[in-house]
Structures are given as structure tokens and as C-alpha cells.
Design a protein around this ligand. Sequence first.
Ligand SMILES: *Cc1c(COP(=O)(O)O)cnc(C)c1O
Length: 366
Amino acid sequence: MIPFLSLKDVTNLHSEEIHEAVSRVVNSGWYLQGEENKRFEENYAKYIGSDYCIGCANGLDALIWIFRAYIELGVMKPGDEVIVPANTYIATILSITENGLVPVFVEPRLNTLEIDDALIEQAITPRTKAICIVHLYGRLAYTPRIGELCKKYNLKLVEDNAQAHGCMFNGRKTGSLGDVAGHSFYPGKNLGALGDGGAVTTNNKELADTIRTLANYGSPKKYIFKYCGRNSRLDEIQAAVLDVKLKYLDKDNAHRKQIARYYYEHIQNPAITLPEQMTDESNVYHLFPVLCDRRDELQEHLKQQGIGTVIHYPLPPHKQECYSEWGKLSFPITEQIANRELSIPIGPSITLEEAAVVVEAINQFK
Ligand SMILES: *Cc1c(COP(=O)(O)O)cnc(C)c1O
């Protein structure tokens, strides 16, 4: 049996230190907004290369707070447009619509699976205020052309870095490439908590202060409420666990890269296409997607051999019931990816021996 991802095995990699950290918080009697948050925020900001890090309840909230803060600061207003890849996890889109902003979908490239930067300029209108890139699957989505478009049209560059902790462009980490970034520490992410968690990173102090206030009931000072905010804080236990795991993130990512290299070198099947191989720094392999016309058969074939896989994602946001107003829109590349994508096992705990079994099973698929 090779599970898609065993969180138990992932936690066991650093079991002793994680248990120590949890016990420390339990015994401290201080469970929110304390030293653990402060330490993790400092260390994560340093890791990403940003001046500020604000821990919050989860990755969706991190993204919601980014757009809400831009609205509170008068940079955006409801009805303004945000350019996003059409193939992303729903949370990216929810964070935009939750704030009354309008997502404008742009197709990805089939060979990279990331937003096609050649299609962005034609999607810009006088109401466009931001480009939100998503480093999907752990692959770098930023390109210099995207940076230039933001300058040319005076747009904010927001990064959804939920799947790409540790990914880099020219020696700089994703999450520090634009104006602001949202991060998720959902357990299965490259840097995962033992529950929900998220963070925002930015170099903009005013934005950072606004986000910290919004995520704490809208309160900049005890019992003073400047905004109608929400309770969206990272708790001390999660911060302590994340601070332990942050130390091992680069090592864990290096292991993912080793497994990925093995897959690229050994998967050989005319029925299966791998996305373009990227440089080691620009892919942290949160997932290892493959494309196959008979994807469901491939998934069943692997299941028969005890190999777990997951589809990311079977239905794109514009086809979801919650967004029925966009159901008639057509994004053929996005839809093709949704129909053909299958993610095979990858993670910090899978062994090269297990990867060899996965390759063998994939190469046998007819
Ligand atoms: C996981 C994820 C999120 C949301 O993070 P949560 O912590 O689960 O709320 C946002 N965007 C992308 C691309 C994700 O993969």
C-alpha cells in the first residue's frame, strides 16, 4: 500500500520535537497571541524574505484579509476586478468574491499548468486593480512579464502561496515577489500544521497593520474596534508546531525534489504526459500532477495496485454550483486539465523504493 500522503508519517518525521513543542504550550497556560506566534511570525517572515508576517486562522482567511485590507485602505472597492488563473483551488476565488470584487479568469498554459502570462494584458480593463497569481502544485507562476504588467498598469501583485512554501525565483522566495502573499498551513501543505493555519506576508507596514487588526475582531487595541473584523487568529499550539517544521522545510522540499527527479527520469508511457520540468529552485512539488486522456482508468489501475492518487481539481471554479453565473463561460485548457489531471504520491515521507513501485505501475498502464 502506498497512500497518496500519510500525514501520520509526515508528523512522525519530527515527532519528538513536535510533541515537545505542543507540551510546552499546554504547560505554559498561554494559548493565543503569545510568544509562539511572535517567534513563528518572525522566523517565517525571515524565511520568506518579507518585513512582516501576520499569522491567521487559515489560508482562505489570509487571502480574504488581503483584499479586505486593500478595500479598507481605499486601494480597491467592490466591483473592481482581480485577474486570476481559471485553474485554481476555489479558495483563491472565494477570497475575491467574499469582498465583492470580481475575478477575471485567465487560462493557464498546458505545459506549465500555471497562468498564461501572454493572455493577461488583454484581460486588463480600467477596473482591474490586481493580478493574483497562484503557484499551483508548488510550481512558480511568477514571470518577469507579470511584474512588468503590474508596473505598467499600476496593479497590485497578490501571490497565493498556499502550495509553494520554499519555491524561488532568482533566489527570492515566492511570497515575497509581489506586494503581498497569502499562505496556508493546512496539514497536507509543504509546511503544514496539525490543524488549520495561515499567514500573510508583505513589506507594506500599513497593509500588515490593517490585516492584523482585521483578523483580531477589527481591534487595533484592546476593546477598541476600528473595523467589523472577525476572529481569525493562529493559535499558539499551531504556531509552535509550525516553528518546528519550518526548520525542516528546505530538507523536506529537497526530498520532494529527489522523488520528482526520479519520476521525471523513469516515467515512460505514451498515454501519460508530465508537465514541463522546471528548475529545482522554481518547483517545491507540493503535488506531482500527470495528465492522461483516460485519467479515471489510470486512477483505477493504480488503486488496484494499492497506490493512492487524488485529482486536483475535478471541477474548475467557474463550473461550480456556487458560481453558476459563470457556468456558461468556456476555458478549454482549464477544463482539459480538470478532465485529465491526476496527482501521484509525493511528500517528505515517501521513499525512493515506493516511488519505484509507483513508476512501475504507471509504466505498465495500457
Ligand atoms: C489550500 C489552499 C488555499 C486555502 O488554504 P486553507 O488553509 O485550506 O484555507 C488557498 N489557495 C490554494 C491554492 C490552496 O491550495
